[in-house]
Design a protein around this ligand. Sequence first.
Ligand SMILES: Cc1cc2nc3c(=O)[nH]c(=O)nc-3n(C[C@H](O)[C@H](O)[C@H](O)COP(=O)(O)OP(=O)(O)OC[C@H]3O[C@@H](n4cnc5c(N)ncnc54)[C@H](O)[C@@H]3O)c2cc1C
Length: 554
Amino acid sequence: MYSGFLIAFCYIYVTYGLTTQEYDFIVVGVGSGGSIMAARLSEPPNNWTVLALDRGAAPHPQQQQDDDLSGLHDPNYFSIAQNYLLNRLVRNPRYYGIGGTAMINGMTAVAPSRNLLDQLWPDGWKWNDLFPYMLKMQNHYCYYLPSALTGITEEDCKLWHGQSGPVDIAPPLYNQMPELLHEMMKECDQNVGFMNDYDNPNKQYGCYFQQQFRSPLNRSDPDSPTVRESTWHAYLDGISRTNLQILDSATVLKLIFDENETTECIGVLYEYKGNIYKALVKKEVILSAGVFDTPKLLQLSGVGPKEWLEPLGVPVVADNSYVGQNLIDQMALYMAFETTEDIPSLPWGADTSGWLLNSGLNKNNNWTDIQIYSYSKYPVLTLDFPITGYDPVLAYSQPPISFITFLVFNTQPDARGQIKIQSLSPYDRPQIDHGWHELTEYDISNLQYGVNFIRNMSTNTNWGKKYIKKELYPGNRYDGSDDLHRRLNMCSAYHQAGTCSIGKCTDNQARVIGIQNVRVCDVSLFPTQLNVNPTYTLYSMCEKVADLVKSQYA
Ligand SMILES: Cc1cc2nc3c(=O)[nH]c(=O)nc-3n(C[C@H](O)[C@H](O)[C@H](O)COP(=O)(O)OP(=O)(O)OC[C@H]3O[C@@H](n4cnc5c(N)ncnc54)[C@H](O)[C@@H]3O)c2cc1C
């Protein structure tokens, strides 16, 4: 593979030569984090010159309408065999292209736990440090809809939400929810409490209807049609700046270092339409290539654990042992129940109810460590059916069976994995190991707690007696063994993070340790998993990283 790449590389180099340009900043990856960085660093009054490169395609207008689940943009990142999963591979969907993984994600918008940030995140990244940026990035529906509908008081709205940020947050489709879901939340309210506003850190426990990163066409209409609100859409779509150049289909191959000051990054080498280009940087390269590709690029450039790089023949620029370590992924497990009524499908995630619960299994947690979703059938079948072993009889039943799906997430597992390059070729996939080999008692019991919670709700409550006919999945499959269900069906919650974490791989200003002029802003930066989905926190982190950059070069 390496020699093939080298030949191709030399051919291109000799044939076309290198074209070189210089920019204040180069942003690698125009996904969820990269879109924010490109927009903020190129905005007035600094008007810095920014080159933003993404290896995937430019967005098709249709993709803003809803989700592109075609898999066309998926890099096909699978893990190596995981012992606990009886050697199954974990599928890791991503979206290569402008807009990044927010072009296919579930758009769930939820603030992290204040207690978790305060206890586990490093100085400079605790709740009080990030909260102003949570407000800065968002434009929340509570400013446009009556409290009587949202359940959010005017006072709480002003306290916990922003209105002037670029990212629209849209309400749950209260009026369109079927009675079955409304009643499920009423039942749940009696047991664990219903949250009107789960972003309020004083009340982040219980169940909820989920709000989403969607942009409503009419903000004062709770039933307004919406478009997907990726950060590309929020920060960059329609913006034209002469100092900002965004190139799609441009794959960054590696960082370039100064020949004399060997740890000083001076630019990147990238491939665009078969040609190799060199882009030089006056200030910094910002890595926003995502949880798999940011550590991969660093390692290809000689920044990473020496003992991994040397055997591959990568000249070591900086021995940073944290690059590619600390892969933390939330664990997900599906269940399905036959219902007495069909649940009409609303746009993806707009009919999602959820729970944030504390299993009580980790005595150090004073935040929630389990998240549960309920879904109509649609997304589960589209995304995971071939991978998780989801029951084909159920999927293609004739006449169709009415059912509801629950997804149980262990949000902060003990398990840690790693990302490691396997060759010198930038086109090879890195080796992904989730570290799901011997699970701890906590990781297993946490998932079981969620499974038991849903079973109890479906059998022992008035709601369950009225709406649930029987457990379909796992039901009596696997001879009733929950252990086998876990091993054969547990999959990624798609919230992989932590592979260049702040405070270890980077300093606490997100600058990569051991080299100069390189900063990170994507989910690799997370030092720990959150109790919730990642992007709300990621967006506020990148807003803060952009401010750190601005103050450094002011
Ligand atoms: C199916 C699914 C559902 C999800 N649902 C939710 C949800 O509901 N809520 C939530 O908060 N999170 C959700 N997530 C997770 C969330 O979408 C991701 O964590 C987040 O989008 C990651 O952002 P990022 O900036 O780290 O990377 P990305 O958004 O993936 O951006 C990385 C970019 O870098 C580019 N790139 C990579 N390598 C190179 C290179 N060498 N050169 C140039 N460009 C490169 C890629 O093309 C990509 O555009 C979901 C994820 C998936 C897959």
